[in-house]
Design a protein. Structure first.
Length: 216
């Protein structure tokens, strides 16, 4: 049972990381795990699982490759009904929204945000302003505000102590806030995964006790 819990946790993480641009896609991928585990030879429920030869779903993969597939990783319906509420919690919109783009960072989306902050889409700018905005976005995205010190030095300007300190403070605040958000999301998801594990362990123990009682 512990191995199955680890498996669910692993695929939950993949569902988040592979769908950073869409809450609905995350939600669909997480529920795919639930119904994949619920599937049996007599009742396959893989409609939400990814298709294709590279799919993590062995059933859908076998449709393409022609390989024989057995539902050997299924979990009893009684257990999955007990943990269904945990899956609902793990797919809450507010929780998943915290994993989008700049929260669990999507590099392309984050870089675009840096550009639009300097060169708003709604404002027309000349080519020189456009170049300057793009270059500033690149150095900020790669090395933070403190990278501007090198720009000043290249222009023959020696930044003062207060300038260097202010840029460093801004960067540190940005890093602290990003880590705080990521840690908060990770903690919430971890707590809910632990809740899932406890419920599955309890269900497994209850079934073992019923089996032991039935022996006599």
């Amino acid at each position: 049972m512990l191995k199955e819990v680890d498996s669910i946790q692993h695929y939950y993480g993949l569902a988040i990381r592979k769908h950073l641009s869409s809450v609905e896609d995350m939600k669909r991928a997480i529920w795919a795990i639930y119904f994949h585990k619920l599937s049996t030879e007599d009742n396959s429920q893989h409609a939400l699982c990814p298709l294709g030869e590279d799919s993590w779903c062995g059933y859908n993969r076998s449709i393409v490759t022609g390989e024989f597939y057995i539902h050997k990783h299924s979990l009893p319906e009684s257990i999955l009904l007990k943990v269904k509420k945990v899956f609902r919690d793990l797919t809450e919109k507010d929780l998943l929204k915290k994993c989008l783009h700049g929260r669990t960072q999507n590099p392309n989306e984050s870089f675009n945000k840096c550009i639009w902050e300097r060169i708003p889409k709604t404002v027309f700018v000349g080519i020189e302003t456009l170049k300057f905005g793009l270059m500033d976005a690149v150095i900020y995205f790669n090395d933070g505000y403190v990278s501007r010190i090198k720009v000043f030095e290249a222009l023959g300007i020696k930044p003062g102590y207060n300038t260097e300190r202010a840029l460093l403070i801004i960067d540190n605040k940005r890093i602290f806030e990003a880590e705080r958000i990521v840690n908060k999301v990770s903690l919430e998801a971890r707590n809910k995964r632990r809740s899932l594990k406890r419920k599955m362990d309890k269900q497994n123990l209850d079934e073992e006790n019923e089996y032991q009682a039935g022996k006599y």
